[in-house]
Design a protein around this ligand. Structure first.
Ligand code: GCU
Length: 369
């Protein structure tokens, strides 16, 4: 019943009422992949750095996603390695100070602290978010690290869906997605699936062992990508909050009305019906987590990040547990919310981690990942 009936029903509800479905395009969208650069002796000779460009249309100025990957050097050429895949907030060049990473090519958020005021990436932000990406540590543990800038898929501001990938899917005369069609989160999630398609062409990576991770709005995105694409082996949502792991009906921290007002482009238009009316929603976010079952999922909170409602994130993980158990796993191994502490991971198929501190991705979080 779960596989044939309830799961498809829940998926359709999330698709049509929350994130929006990927529309049928008038002509097939067939992304192409091209290796843009390769450095076999990156990071002091410890890794291979490769960049692959995914072009979503034949038009040279059409949307494209620049993937950056670091591959560990492993003995035995035939061995494929597992990988972490995650979108980044300000461009691939911000995740590490490596001068060989190409700067983001499109619109980026301004970062006045680093001198970015015209929405163009610059050298001044190289490595600016490196504390959130433990590149060397990931590589030394034998994993590849793959990332891409989310704004390449759809720049994160409300322009009525004129830029990004959505216009490729418009029927003649259509100017914006229909009420049940995708907002930006669903577009970013679709882009992650295309990134996974591109990884299928990378001989060093085992695409059956890709852990998808995302922080905050990109944690919401990871959960939706994991729900819609069963190829992602593990899904990690860090402080994903409202529209991510946090239960909407608790009405705690960020509410549906708040998120739809601040970010009118993130969800589908139908979701705006629930502004101030969470009680009317046919689904809640524990059912999103359940859509990923029985694949491992890790929900991470930060104690001071009340905007993202840590308790709501924990309760959603707990309420997803019956589906995980139905499907033969251990679900979530605790029933009471753990006290925030570093390195205290609830290590079951639904994992849960809460650390002290604020909204961020830290070395502690990476210990859990
Ligand atoms: C805002 C937003 C959150 C989101 C966060 C982020 O705080 O209200 O929903 O998770 O930005 O992405 O950093």
């Amino acid at each position: 019943e779960w596989n044939q009936q309830r799961r498809p029903e829940l998926l359709r509800l999330f698709e049509t009422l929350v994130y929006g479905k990927v529309p049928e395009p008038p002509k097939p969208v067939r992304p192409t992949f091209q290796v843009r650069s390769e450095e076999k002796e990156a990071l002091g000779g410890t890794a291979v750095r490769r960049e692959i460009t995914i072009s979503f249309s034949e038009k040279p100025d059409g949307p494209r996603l620049d993937l950056l990957m670091y591959l560990p050097k492993v003995a035995g050429a035939a061995r494929r390695v597992p990988a972490f895949l995650g979108l980044n907030f300000e461009g691939n060049h911000t995740i590490h100070s490596d001068p060989g990473i190409a700067l983001a090519r499109g619109w980026v958020p301004n970062n006045p602290d680093h001198g970015v005021t015209n929405h163009r990436a610059s050298e001044s932000t190289r490595g600016s978010s490196s504390s959130r990406w433990q590149v060397q540590r990931v590589l030394s543990r034998g994993y590849a690290l793959v990332t891409a800038y989310y704004g390449d898929i759809d720049p994160d501001y409300d322009d009525g869906f004129q830029n990004g990938v959505q216009p490729l899917f418009y029927q003649p005369g259509q100017t914006r997605p229909a009420a049940d069609e995708w907002g930006s989160i669903a577009a970013w999630a679709w882009g992650l699936s295309r990134a996974l398609d591109a990884l299928e062409t990378v001989p060093e990576i085992d695409t059956r062992q890709v852990a998808l991770l995302g922080h905050s709005r990109l944690g919401k995105t990871s959960l939706w990508a994991g729900a819609t694409d069963p190829r992602f082996a593990i899904v990690i949502a860090n402080e994903s909050g409202c529209g991510g792991a946090a239960l909407s009906k608790r009405n705690f921290g960020e509410t549906v009305a708040r998120i739809n007002t601040s970010f009118p482009h993130w969800f589908c238009t139908n979701f705006h019906r629930y502004d101030g009316h969470e009680d009317r929603l046919a689904v809640d976010q524990h059912e999103l987590i359940a859509l990923i079952a029985p694949r491992p999922v890790l929900i991470c909170s930060a104690a001071e990040d009340l905007w993202a409602d840590p308790k709501g994130e924990f309760l959603a993980a707990l309420a997803a547990s019956p589906v995980y158990k139905l499907l033969g796993t251990d679900g979530l191994a605790v029933t009471a919310m753990p006290a925030p502490a570093p390195d205290q991971l609830v290590k079951s198929t639904i994992g849960y981690h809460i650390r002290p501190g604020k909204h961020d991705v830290t070395a502690d979080d990476w210990n859990a990942f």
